[in-house]
Each structure stands twice: as structure tokens, then as C-alpha cells.
Design a protein around this ligand. Sequence first.
Ligand code: FES
Length: 125
Amino acid sequence: MMQGVPQPAFYIFKCQQSAPPGMPKPSCVSQNDPESQQLFQHLAQSLMMKGIIGTVQPIQTGCLNRCQQGPVMLVEPGHTMYVELTKEKIDKIVDEHIIGGNVVQEYVIADEMWGEPVPPSQMAR
Ligand code: FES
């Protein structure tokens, strides 16, 4: 019997938005912050080195609307928004959440910035 192609266990959406120079608005990738420019590559390399790149898919995405708390990334499934990322924090998230199955609460966005979603059925015209 043919084995099906397994779906990924996780998608990790890393915000790669970079504000143009001179823009007052903060962005997750900043010209003035070299580490912010290396975080996606660091994430992808760490997934590769741990042998889980197939079942964990890192995605470069645009603004996720939490720019003040950048750099941010969203882990799905689970709708887990991680904020103020560094390489060290990403390593810990990969080990403890992605491999270990436990959300790293100390790096998760504050509740008041991540309230319950409004169902589209309530908003649809
Ligand atoms: S620039 Fe990353 S959330 Fe807006």
C-alpha cells in the first residue's frame, strides 16, 4: 500500500517585514538591528540541524500586526504568537514547544494584546 505524504506537524510564520529606512514605525526586521535580519535563517538552520525541517515548515511572512512587540512569529497549530524574539529564544521555542510539546509561556504575547478572536460569522455583512 502507498504511504501518503504526511502533512507538516507545525507551520512557523516568521514576520519578515522591514520598514523602509527613516520610517518611524517599528518593524520585525530592522536595518539597525543585525540580529533581527538573521532570525529567519537561524530558525530554518536550527530546524534543519535537528532533522525536523520536513515536518516543521518555516514560512516568511509579511506584517502580522503586532509590530510594537517585534520580532514576532506565529506557531500553528495553536495560534501561539511569540514576541521580542532573539536567536536564543528561538532555540528554546524549537526545543521546548516544537519538539517538547510545551508552549514557552514567558515569550508568548501578553493576553491583553492577544484577546479571543472575533468569529467572522459575527462580523460578516
Ligand atoms: S512588522 Fe512584524 S508584525 Fe508588523
